[in-house]
Structure formats: C-alpha cells, structure tokens
Design a protein around this ligand. Structure first.
Ligand code: UD1
Ligand code: CA
Length: 488
C-alpha cells in the first residue's frame, strides 16, 4: 500500500453501458458479491484518499443510492451529458473544490479510475501512485500490453527515450499507431493543480467530439512537465466490462484470485472450478470447501470447518470443525462441531450451538438450538428456542403460524420429543420432559412429564375376514392364525 495518500480519487461512472443490454446500470452489475463500481471503490479505499468522488450520469439516482449504501463517505458529482472522460474528471474535481471549505484548492495527487474495472487491485493503484511520486511526474498513466488492443487508446512513446509522448484514441489513430499493443488502462495519477489547469485547455476537435482526458498528457508534456507510465503486471487486471461475456470472464478471474489467496492461506478447496466465493468471505486455515459450493456475503469458515459438496451459504458463520453438506443457509450461525445436512435449509436467525445437529430434510428459521441438541430428520423448526442435549423426533413440525401471527415454541434441555409431533405455538416444554410419538402438543408440558396427545388405538378383531372374505389379506391372516394355534 502507498504511503503517498492522494488528495482525491475520481471514479468515472457516468457512461450508459448500452452493450450490457440491461435495465440495470452497468456499474451496478455484480461479481463476487460486489457491484463493479463497488470493487473499484474498495480498491480505491486502499489508497486512503482524502476525498473519493464518483462521477455519475446515466441512471444517477440508482447509482448514487447504491454508493450511499456501500460507502457512506463517497461523494458523487453529476455529469449531465457524457461529453468525454476529460469533462467527467472536470465535473468530479469541480464538485470537490466547490464543496471544500472556503474554496480550498486540491493539493497533491489525484488518481482517476474507471467504474467498470472490477479486477483492478489496491496494490496496483499503490504502485501507480508510488511511481508517480518517486519519479516526480505531472502525470503517470497505468498501461498494459494486451493481446488485442482494438478500441483502446494507444500509448505513443518517443523512439529514442521511450518516454510517453501521447495517448491516441483508436478512432483517431493511424495504422502505425494501431499496431501498438501497449494501451491506456484509463487509470492515472495526476498532480492536482496541473490537472485542473490542463483540463481547462482540452479541446473537442476529435472524431468523437469529446473532451478526452488523455489529451492532458500531451498538454502537460508540451508545457515541459514529466509524463510517466507504470505498466500493469497482469493486463487482465485493467479490463473494463462492456458486455455480459466480459462480466462472466471477470467473475471467473476474480473468483480464481480469491480462491488462490484462500488456498495460499491454508484453506483446502477441493475443486476451484466449481467453487464460487464473494470477496467478503473469510476463512481460517484448514477450512475445507467441497465441490459445487457457493460462499456468499459475510460468510466465515472457521478452522477445520467442512462445507459442501453442493451447498450455498450466505452471511453464515461455520464454527470450528462443523460440517454442512448439501446445505442452503442464509444468515445462520453454525456452532463448533455442529452438523448440518445432508439436505438442510437454515434460514435467517438460525443459531446452532456447539455439537448441535440439523439433519436430513430439516428446515430451520429464527431458531436457537442449544449445545448437543439434535433435530435429525424431516422436520421444520421455526421461531423456537431449544435447550441443551434435547432430541427432536423425526418428522416434527413447529407449528408457528396461525394464519395471522407467528408464535414461539420453547423447549428445555434433555427433552425427548416423539416422532411426528406437531408442536402448536405458543407452547413450552419443560426440562427433561418427553412427548409421545404422533402427539399434537397444544398445551405446556411441565418438566419431567410425558405428554401424550393422540387418539387411542382400537383393534377390531376379524374385520378382514368379515369385510374382505377370500382376499389375499384374509388368507394371510387365516394362516397366521393357524400357525399361532399350531405353536400353542
Ligand atoms: C477510454 C480512454 C482510452 C482507454 C480506455 C480504457 C479516453 C478518451 N479514452 O476509452 O484511452 O484505452 O478508456 O478502457 O479517455 N465516462 C464518463 N463520462 C464520459 C465518458 C466516459 O463518466 O463522458 C466514463 C465511462 O462510464 C467509463 C470510463 O469513463 O467508466 C471510460 O469511458 P469509455 O467510454 O468506456 O472510454 P473509452 O472510449 O473506452
Ligand atoms: Ca467512449
């Protein structure tokens, strides 16, 4: 990270992004749990700039609202018409200088980035500002050698010194210039005052009739200032997203980067090709991720946690040594050494204690499950508090909804509820109590008692012989009777 704290970072995000063919503004499309502009803002934050301004234009209400959500400190500047990148930066800087107390001028470095380059890292931005500072440049452009430079601005260098002399846009370039594979990434570090002065001199006599930010380089160079370049180590880092094919490619690249970092930090990822993680997910060493797993949002895996195969965890914490297989979980806390699945659905507010179990075909919502308590099979636990080391019988339903309101069920510690219970909330079962299989529990059960709430069984002797004479059932019953008589 850079020690050269910039005065400002300006993020350009006013463009429309027509090639996305989307009702959603381009920079709000998301990969790995963040919008495109969200990734750029996060990388920019690593420079700790004094000001961070995002230039918005197209769908600006939506973009501004999103920015306020992800970063309260971001300020926005409106560019009403997209008159070019130079114009956009001018709008951003005017917003800052207007809102700065008593018209204080910006002093130091201004970094400009585009809002649609989600792979750009804070590290690369740091390297750019460092080069800018150590070389004492008026402007430093981040460049990259790309396999196909079509559409990009080309970096023109002096034949003898190798110094950058200009950036020529693809549409304005000669054939010789189009052969250049070093391109302008659209990311720059500028001396603030020189930038402001030069932007005032940018003209619009080019093929697009726009104010090109790139023209600032030529203007500064002609005025005798130093123009430098910093070449990105990996050209894929600077790609801008224009369509959904590039969106998918960027997602794959970023996902690979996140998984590589996790693996180098000690996480076992069995199949990186089918594992998807958000940038916000955290791991402890020796966590294991099995194939077909998505880890999203603020999900955290503790040491020796095992997740997957085929699971999707959103905003879920998995405790040390816990397992979750074939599981969908949202906003859940899974305690240490707890066991979830296969085929479990944990909804928001589920808190499984240490060594607890939510087994096969079990759904939970807003439920606190105490240490060592097990809900092993085919059950719904909604709006409940269960103590420690209790066992919930198979195929039980916590009947929490009366059609109008949701109600709570409380079950104590060391209870044994029978299979196929309907626990009609609000209801409380005391510590150490039992319930009989097939019970519909509508009344509180005192500690230590057995609740039986089901119809009494009645056997009607000889019914099959009378009502189904000559049937296979009647014959089977008859021979069973004879056999029993023979034995007796
Ligand atoms: C620009 C550069 C080009 C570089 C390329 C890298 C200029 C003149 N050209 O070209 O040298 O190789 O980026 O991707 O700078 N934007 C605004 N307002 C505007 C115009 C653009 O906010 O009036 C924003 C866009 O939303 C986008 C960024 O600036 O985030 C770049 O704009 P875009 O139109 O994609 O620039 P290019 O023509 O591709
Ligand atoms: Ca353009």
């Amino acid at each position: 990270m850079s020690v050269n704290r910039p005065a400002a970072v300006v993020v350009l995000a006013a463009g429309e992004g027509t090639r996305m063919k989307s009702a959603t503004p381009k920079v709000l499309h998301a990969i790995c749990g963040r919008s495109l502009v969200g990734h750029v803002v996060a990388a920019s934050r690593e420079l700790s700039p004094e000001h961070l301004v995002v230039v918005v234009g197209h769908a600006r209400e939506q973009v501004t609202a999103h920015l306020a959500e992800i970063d309260a400190e971001v300020c926005t500047a409106v560019q009403h018409e997209q008159n070019g990148t130079g114009h956009a930066v001018r709008m951003g800087l005017e917003q800052l200088t207007d809102s700065t107390d008593s018209g204080v001028a910006l002093d130091g470095t201004v970094v400009v980035v585009c809002g649609d380059t989600p792979l750009l890292t804070g590290e690369t931005l740091g390297r750019l500002s460092e080069t800018h500072a150590t070389e004492g440049n008026a402007v430093t452009v981040l460049t990259a050698e790309v396999p196909d430079a079509t559409g990009y601005g080309r970096i023109v260098r002096d034949g003898a010194s190798g110094a950058v002399t200009a950036i020529v846009e693809h549409k304005d370039a000669t054939d010789a210039q189009r052969a250049i594979r070093e391109i302008n990434s659209g990311v720059f570090a500028f001396d603030a005052q020189l930038l402001i002065d030069a932007l005032g001199k940018v003209r619009t006599d080019n093929s697009q009739g726009e104010e090109y930010l790139t023209d600032v380089l030529g203007i500064l160079r002609e005025a005798g200032h130093r123009v430098g370049a910093c070449v990105a180590g990996d050209h894929r880092e600077i790609v801008g997203i224009n369509n959904r094919v590039q969106l998918a490619e960027a997602r794959r690249l970023l996902n690979d980067r996140l998984l590589t970092r996790a693996m180098l930090d000690g996480v076992t990822v069995v199949d990186p090709a089918t594992t998807w993680v958000d940038a916000t997910v955290t791991f402890e060493p020796d966590a294991v991720v099995h194939p077909g797993t998505q880890l999203l949002g603020a999900t955290h895996l503790a040491a020796h946690a095992q997740v997957g195969p085929n699971s999707r965890l959103t905003d879920t914490t998995v405790g040390e040594g816990a397992t979750a297989s074939f599981t969908v979980a949202e906003g859940a806390e899974i305690g240490a050494a707890a066991s979830v699945g296969p085929y479990a659905y944990l909804r928001p507010g589920t808190r499984l204690g240490a060594k607890a179990k939510a087994g096969t075909y079990v759904e939970m919502k807003n439920a606190r499950i105490g240490e060592g308590t097990k809900v092993p099979h085919l059950s719904y636990v909604g709006d409940a508090t269960i103590g420690e080391y209790t066992n919930i019988g198979a195929a039980s339903v916590f009947v929490n909804y009366d059609g109008v309101n949701k109600h709570h069920t409380t079950i104590g510690s060391h209870c044994r509820t029978g299979a196929d219970n309907m626990l009609v909330a609000p209801v409380t079962i005391g510590d150490g109590a039992y319930t009989a299989a097939g019970s519909v529990i509508t009344k509180d059960v005192p500690p230590g008692s057995l609740a039986v709430a089901r119809g009494q069984q009645r056997n009607i002797e000889g019914w099959v012989a009378r009502k189904r004479p000559g049937s296979a059932a009647a014959r089977a019953a008859e021979s069973a009777r004879e056999e029993a008589a023979g034995e007796g």
